[in-house]
Design a protein around this ligand. Structure first.
Ligand code: SF4
Length: 403
């Protein structure tokens, strides 16, 4: 007897479970120092309260600590005056308020700042601050994995295999360390401007393959009594992990960016191999379902311009057709080639022609100027540079932005 076919919702739920189970295999190491003290960063409010109860304190201590850790940005218990001195000493005995180590910090002539952060097991990721050219604000681009499982063909991180997922503490920690670097503590309140005003989850890794840690980190960052960054100021970029896009929309409802890069499945299969699993039609359907999408909060489609591959007028028209009904904006990214890279960047003419067709159909399609080139701020470059210095025979740097 033939089995009845499972319905798509069940299939999607099964696929989500599979993705979450796989993510757990690449878990970060425990958040405990060799001396046994535990890092409090990255704990949810409930977990923080449980830690207080475990050392014989009242759960309300968690609220006080939350304020000092996430609103004031204090890392030293002795600088938390609302907590009694004896309690401060007890906390210092059992806990730390951690930050990733800064291996490299470089600031570009255009103001872009890039860090290589090292974690307790000496794994490293990159974080970049990209200031707005006109206003005193800017976005911090955060990494979510060490390496990446998806070998997008234009991206250097894709050539570094996945080492592990980052924990919530390591994800929040990148933003907190970036704010340390600009001395942006306490958290500006009452709508006063913030220099580090936005987060784009667009650094190393595919965030939806590390969903639980990313979600926990974002809940901490959005908490009103701490860093208090609105979901409207957070954008998660995915290569198109369709079953997780629904979950992300339902639970976090942050802004969405999609690394599209091609409008035909045969070409996207090649450039973004994840397309073989979740083809363009399924990806666009997931975008249509995404709850945060509205005219005020458009979905950003990233599109790297590759000469003779995805940059024709027909491609631009097909893109317009695919976007129909989606509140969308298209970022056109001129490809930044490296020696031996499989692609060349599109001509200026081709990029402008493409942009015009998309614009005339009613979608904003800015052409992205490369930022921070003098400090190799493109995805994957700086880490490669620092590795190359240690190991001169390692492969040459070959990066391109837009995870
Ligand atoms: S573009 Fe993003 S998802 Fe693709 S390989 Fe690079 S880091 Fe991974």
């Amino acid at each position: 007897m033939t089995q009845p076919a499972a319905n798509p919702a069940e299939l999607s739920a099964a696929e989500r479970d599979r993705i979450l189970a796989k993510a757990a295999l690449f878990s970060p190491p425990p958040a405990t120092l060799p001396d046994g003290r535990r890092d409090l960063v990255g704990l949810s409010r409930e977990e923080l309260a449980a830690e207080m109860v475990a050392i014989g304190e009242k759960p309300f201590r968690a609220k006080q600590l939350w304020h000092w850790i996430y609103h004031q940005g204090v890392t030293d218990f002795s600088r938390m005056p609302s907590i009694a001195k004896t309690m401060q000493a007890k906390l210092a005995e059992k806990f730390v308020v951690g930050r990733p180590g800064v291996t490299t910090e470089q600031t570009s002539t255009d103001g872009t700042r890039k860090w290589v952060f090292a974690f307790r097991d000496d794994q490293k990721v990159e974080t970049v601050y990209i200031p707005d050219q006109e206003e005193d604000r800017g976005a911090v681009c955060i990494s979510t994995q060490v390496g990446c499982t998806l070998s997008c063909k234009f991206c250097h991180t894709g050539t570094q295999k996945l080492v592990r997922n980052l924990g919530a503490a390591e994800i929040v920690g990148q933003f907190m360390a970036a704010r340390d670097s600009y001395n942006e503590w306490p958290t500006p309140t009452d709508g006063s401007p913030r220099l580090l005003s936005n987060i784009v989850i667009m650094g190393m890794g595919e965030p939806l393959y590390n969903y639980e840690n990313v979600a926990k980190a974002m809940r901490i960052i959005m908490d009103n009594e701490g860093i208090a960054l609105s979901r409207r100021r957070i954008t998660l970029s995915t290569s198109g992990v369709v079953p997780m896009m629904d979950k992300c929309g339902a639970e976090l409802n942050v802004g969405l960016a999609v690394s599209l890069h091609a409008v035909r499945n045969d070409i996207r299969d090649e450039i973004v191999p994840l397309n073989r699993k979740y083809p363009i039609e399924e990806l666009m359907a997931a975008c249509r379902r995404y709850p945060a999408a509205s005219n005020a909060r458009r979905i950003t489609f990233e599109y790297v311009m590759l000469k003779g591959v995805n940059d024709s007028e027909a491609d631009a028209r097909e893109l317009v057709r695919l976007l129909k009904g989606i509140p969308a904006k298209v970022n056109l990214i001129p490809f930044n080639p490296w020696p031996g890279s499989p692609y060349e960047t599109s001509s200026n003419n081709a990029i402008h022609r493409f942009a015009r067709i998309v614009q005339e159909a009613g979608y904003a399609s800015p052409i992205r100027a490369p930022r921070g080139r003098d400090i190799l701020a493109a995805c994957g470059q700086l880490k490669t540079e620092s590795e190359r210095k240690r190991a001169p025979r390692a492969a040459a740097s070959n990066a391109q932005a837009a995870a």
